[in-house]
Design a protein around this ligand. Sequence first.
Ligand code: PMP
Length: 286
Amino acid sequence: MSRIVFMNDRLVPEAEARVSVFDHGLLYGDGVFEGMRSYSGRVFRMEAHLDRLWDSARAIALEIPMTKEAVAKAVDDTLAANKLPDGYVRLIVTRGAGTLGLDPNRTSHPQVIVIADMISLYPRELYDRGLRIVTAATQRSHPATLSPRIKSLNYLNNIMAKLEGLQAGCVEALMLNHKGEVAECTADNVFAVRKGVVLTPPPDAGILEGITRGAVMDLAHSAGIPCREATLTRHDLYTAEEVFITGTAAEVVPVVEIDGRKIGAGVPGPVTKRLAADFHTHVRGG
Ligand code: PMP
């Protein structure tokens, strides 16, 4: 089915949604993006996604040529035009078309694009059985090279690690930071449950501060489950009672094996199941 796409100031049919081959988003990965999800017609934590988009843009000195209110309306309009009350939204801001050099000052007209579609990242049975993952040899970008806190169009670091995961027969891979500590997965944040405490690496471990991560931490607090940020090593994950990952597209997914080590009992654990259930209720406004 042909989609309707928002391009800069209007909705156009998919076939007309085109960017220039001189756009620095294409030439250099120069731009930022967000992935959001709508449940029953309402975008989950839209404000947090827009704040993160604006922060990413600020970090790369890219001025988004629209207000947050106008972008929020474009997101809602795109979902409505595609009749997707339960959909996935990809919001992209590129640097715009320029010359063949790197200089972002020699570009004009950043492109604001909203695509709405369905997403199903992992097969349903993985949510019931749990994921097997491996640690990638590719480390997460050093924060002094390209900060993982910026959700930029340059995802090659993650893609290199994803390739390693796929080569090992896994749909997700664990990434360590330059200090050998646990950072995150290629497109998801990671959590461990140790002695009943839910732990996740802090932003300075070199992670994207996931919106789902934040929601799950809030839900743990509401449920009276202790939850905090902590520096984690692979040993902490191998010896955890439970491990799970979170992301907008993935939601909450149990991890039952890492690098050939069974995690806990090797089946999704009670804390993961509780938080996944609370998350599903929460996103539907419960
Ligand atoms: N880390 C990375 C590298 C990501 O790309 C994402 C988004 N898919 C996440 C974590 C999870 O973030 P969120 O919960 O905001 O989707």
